[in-house]
Design a protein around this ligand. Structure first.
Ligand code: URA
Length: 486
């Protein structure tokens, strides 16, 4: 009781308080002010929440003008304000809605929570329902921003590539989504212009600027290839409902969408991709697909790690189904991703040369990768290879093991440390592991050597030394193959 009195000491009885929000999406500011007002026991009908350029007074309609006061501050021993996590989660989103009464609605709910901590579970409470609706439409708007922002390429003053997009959000979601675009397009210089404010990323720093007009954004074709591949990678055939899809893609976005051309093909291929998703889902049931076709379908639908969103496709292994030798690389590169086949780019050509040199027939082997998607960063028009993390290799191991179970090779050749990790589930050093076979579960033997792209990066004496070691490792593998019982 004493604490309550102390907390109320600077509240004027009957006064009305106005909170001027500095930004329409400033959750931290709202939370601080709301907490202080609750601690001072200021009821919701005595607070107006005003956002820049608007009014948020839920209770003002038709009432007489009120006397307003400076905001009260709670005493030192004011009680703590506790709220369920769900309230915080919804409030963070709901505050981004363009409904001007959102701050007041949230404060009302916060007020009610103090006497009824379980009110969030009350589906019939109109206040809870309204906050849920606000949250839902903000999430939907963010989803649209992720899906429909389209960049156009322009040159900035320094002649560097810059990508500019125009987007019209329904709510104040621009700043809240900065992180999403920063992560997805980390290595591009880009700007997203909107009537609610703009974001600018230069590869290191995010800058904001005020509202823009449509005329400020470049018109013309978006960067088609970038977006078509992004779109086909996020297209989810299991959720394909044409009517719903059209409802999800309002016409106002269509003119911006090069991938609209892809839709007929994607719909046509949806059944096969759905089968793939079933195969991908089998991991949860711990049932590995038992044929190479089923594995291929599962690989192309797999979204178990972030790399799966990169590149055009999952690249499945290829070769003889009962090959005595399985050759495992790290991950597809740019060319492999474009052609959908392993080891067809520069590293593949070098590998082919060495295989031919030692007398191993690539067509009699099964060639695959530890990781099935191309991990890269976009630099202008170039896609620069990024090494997969141990976690990504371990996640993709499921598919490599499935391939190994079907092909049942007697000898496995790992090209580089990532491939070795994919086979062993732990990191080994190539220089220590090479030259001595390691037994694998199921009876095969594993030979570890360097990756051919490592040789491609070297020159001079270092290249000669490594090339010699590489050829020696391949020669040992050839000798083991020749010694296999027929
Ligand atoms: N590097 C790899 O590890 N695998 C490929 O398929 C191509 C390049």
């Amino acid at each position: 009781m004493r604490a309550q009195r102390a907390s109320m000491q600077n509240v004027s009885l009957g006064a009305h308080y106005v909170v001027h929000m500095p930004q329409p999406d400033d959750f931290a500011y709202w939370r601080e002010r709301a907490r202080a007002l609750i601690q001072c026991d200021v009821p919701p009908d005595r607070v107006s929440w005003v956002e820049p350029g608007g009014t948020g007074d839920l209770f003002a309609e038709g009432g007489p003008p009120r006397r307003t006061r400076r905001l009260p501050s709670p005493g030192k021993d004011a009680r703590e304000v506790r709220v369920p996590r769900r309230f915080l989660r919804l409030a963070r989103n709901a505050i981004l809605h363009s409904d001007q009464t959102r701050f007041a609605q949230l404060y009302l709910l916060l007020w009610k929570l103090q006497s009824n901590p379980r009110i969030m579970e009350d589906k019939a409470d109109p206040n809870v329902r309204r906050i849920e609706e606000l949250d839902k439409s903000v999430r939907r708007d963010s989803h649209k921003m992720h899906a429909f922002v389209r960049f156009r390429e322009v040159r900035d003053e320094s002649g560097a590539d810059h990508y500019v997009a125009w987007f019209e959000p329904d709510h104040h979601i621009v700043r809240a989504n900065a992180g999403f675009f920063m992560r997805r397009f980390a290595n591009m210089n880009w700007s997203i212009l909107t009537p609610r404010g703009c974001l600018h990323w230069d590869g290191t720093t995010m800058r904001e600027s005020g509202p823009a007009r449509r005329e400020d954004a470049p018109q013309g074709d978006p960067v088609e290839e970038l977006w078509k591949s992004y779109y086909s990678s996020i297209f989810n055939p299991a959720r394909l409902k044409v009517g719903a899809m059209l409802a999800e893609m309002p016409k106002k976005y269509w003119k911006n969408m090069p991938e609209a051309k892809l839709i007929p093909d994607l719909i046509a291929g949806a059944q096969a991709r759905e089968a793939g998703m079933v195969a991908a889902g089998a991991r949860e049931a711990k049932e590995r697909p038992a044929t190479l076709d089923a594995i291929a379908a599962g690989v192309s639908a797999c979204r178990d790690c972030p790399i799966a969103e990169c590149g055009k496709r999952g690249v499945m292994g290829e070769g003889a189904e009962t090959a005595p030798l399985m050759i495992v690389g790290e991950q597809p590169g740019d060319q492999e991703d474009l052609q959908g086949r392993p080891f067809v780019g520069p590293a593949g050509q070098l590998l082919d040369e060495y295989l031919a040199q030692v007398g191993i027939d690539r067509n009699a082997a099964y060639v695959t990768n530890a990781v099935k998607h191309f991990k890269y960063v976009q630099r202008g028009k170039r896609r620069i290879h990024q090494s997969p993390t141990a976690k990504e290799i371990d996640t993709c191991r499921w598919w490599l093991e499935a391939e190994r179970e079907v092909v049942k090779p007697r000898i496995v050749l790992a090209l580089g440390a990532s491939a070795a990790r994919g086979l062993l589930g732990k990191t080994v050093s190539v220089s220590r592991a090479r030259g001595t076979p390691i037994p694998l579960e199921g009876g095969a033997e594993l030979w570890v050597t360097a990756h051919p792209s490592y040789l491609l990066r070297l020159d001079g004496e270092a290249r000669e030394t490594q090339a010699e070691l590489f050829a020696r490792d391949l020669t040992s593998v050839k000798a083991r193959l020749d010694a296999l019982p027929a």
